[in-house]
Design a protein around this ligand. Structure first.
Ligand code: HEM
Ligand code: 2DC
Length: 434
């Protein structure tokens, strides 16, 4: 299927057994998303579906479709995305950020050199899991201490292995996958098994505490508790989606934060400006984080800019439900259309001087229509978006209030596809107390 041709236009492509139309312009993305209707569907990652069918596990929102997806999603939105609830996440996420700062100071002390230099990948994985679990379960795992629970570490490793083993099987049909007894598939099954069993333990703990009334009703008790107490979703569906959120909350925010720190280290001018904004906001709000979050425009732009250059998802995808016209080509209903997020972020037609890390571009005048799509769009956008944004905003605030971020300038880091996009080599960063 050859659809379209000229540069910047749409292209028909065959990915294994799947055909798709590929677009990169914000205008085409707008056309696609504005026609998506109320039950949008994206490309359903075959190994993820195959695992659940193989083990007879229920789907969460990530893999559900149709009305079943919609009713779960609407219930979850209320507890995970709605502005009223989200404000309640701030103290939980700040606390984890503070612990990270404390740990960083301890590492600086240990080094005896007034700084902490490291590849922060694993530190950030632990920070991210600690953060998402605090909002999901209302409980701390203690991952920012010197001793890390080996089970939690196994969970982190399992999520990375799950992503890593997905990509070689990405374009194989699920039925074939199930009959294939190759190592990649076996590792994939093992990774999901570890993810499900660890999440199940966390869920059971909360459930038990709730039954034994060990949870005090005055403070916010976490997303899982709220969902259980609402009693509007069957427990199995709650569990399935909570498991997805726990797994989805590790590599995504941690990699984005790593990229953000790397870019800020390479642009000391931007870093200084951002720090000035944060310190001014802190003075103004007398340290109240909720208030601060309302005024830090450059920080929000920094996260958008990071996701422009380093999106987690290489593409967004939708199946069309009606005919749409993209670049003068008629795309029939039921076609898989992919928005090349990575390509769009680096297209000079869309972002002048795309190689420059410039958060300011998001604050300047001019249309931003369908340009900031890092979390997807519409009713099917990222469920964890608000958690992720808050977690990253608070982390960067707290780091910049306390440390200067530095890196060795000369090192160029590329991007690798490991289902999500990640750095192609370790990034070494230095935190130096201000
Ligand atoms: C879906 C990006 C963090 C859970 C998605 C999608 C994208 C995305 C692009 C597909 C959206 C679409 O098709 O329109 C990101 C980025 C993150 C992040 C960039 C952080 C920097 C998280 C976190 C969680 C999470 C922290 C869990 C709390 C999910 C789930 C879905 C999803 C469950 C599927 C939603 C559905 O199909 O209804 N994410 N994500 N994500 N994300 Fe995230
Ligand atoms: C991978 O061609 C490349 O947020 C494929 O938190 C198309 C594709 C489809 C769905 C995308 C996936 C890509 C990348 C990872 C994403 C996923 C949807 C959700 C997932 C973007 C672009 C992610 C990382 C979720 C994962 C939750 C899971 C661990 C339970």
């Amino acid at each position: 299927m050859e659809v379209g041709g000229r540069g910047g236009g749409g292209r028909g492509e065959k990915l294994g057994v799947y055909e798709s139309v590929n677009i990169i312009s914000p205008r085409d993305a707008a056309t696609l998303f504005q026609a998506e209707g109320t039950l949008p569907e994206r490309f359903s990652v075959p190994p993820w579906v195959a695992y659940r069918d193989y083990r007879n596990k229920p789907y969460g929102v990530l893999l559900k479709t149709g009305e079943a997806w919609r009713s779960d999603r609407l219930m979850l939105n209320k507890e995970v995305l709605s502005p009223q609830v989200v404000e309640g996440f701030v103290p939980l996420l700040s606390e984890v950020g503070e612990d990270f700062v404390r740990r960083a100071r301890a590492q600086v002390g240990k080094s005896g050199r007034e700084r902490w230099t490291a590849d922060f990948t694993h530190e950030l994985f632990r920070f991210a899991l600690e953060s998402v679990c605090h909002v999901l379960y209302g409980e701390r795992l203690g991952l920012l201490q010197d001793f890390v629970d080996p089970e939690a570490q196994r969970f982190i490793d399992a999520v990375s292995l799950m992503f890593h083993t997905t990509s070689p099987m990405l374009y194989l049909p699920p039925t074939l996958l199930r009959h294939l007894n190759v190592k990649t598939w076996r590792d994939h099954v093992q990774a999901w098994d570890a993810i499900f069993s660890q999440a199940d333990k966390c869920i059971q703990n909360v459930y038990r505490d709730l039954r034994l009334q060990r949870k005090s009703a005055n403070e916010y008790m976490g997303i899982l508790c709220s969902l259980i107490m609402q009693d509007k979703l069957p427990l199995d569906d709650i569990k399935a989606s909570v498991t997805e959120m726990m797994a989805g909350g590790v590599d995504t925010t941690s990699m984005t934060l790593q990229w953000a720190m790397f870019e800020l280290a390479r642009s000391p001018g931007v870093q200084e400006q951002l720090r000035a904004e944060i310190l001014a906001a802190k003075r103004e709000a007398a340290g109240d984080r909720v208030k601060m979050l309302k005024t830090i425009r450059l920080l929000k732009a920094t996260i958008k800019e990071t996701l422009r250059l380093h999106p987690v998802a290489v593409t967004l995808q939708r199946y069309t439900t009606q005919e749409v016209i993209l670049q003068d080509y008629r795309i029939p209903a039921k076609t898989l259309v992919q928005v090349g997020l990575y390509a769009m972020g680096r297209d000079p037609e869309v972002f002048p001087k795309p190689e420059q890390f410039s958060p300011q571009r998001w604050l300047a005048a001019g249309p931003k229509h369908f340009k900031g799509l890092g979390f997807g769009f519409g009713p099917r956008q990222c469920l964890g978006r608000r958690i992720a944004e808050l977690e990253m905003q608070l982390f960067l605030m707290q780091i910049l209030e306390n440390f200067k971020i530095e890196t060795m300038r000369a090192v160029e880091v590329g991007t690798k596809f490991d289902l999500i996009l990640i750095p192609d080599k370790p990034i070494y960063l230095t935190l130096r107390p201000l």
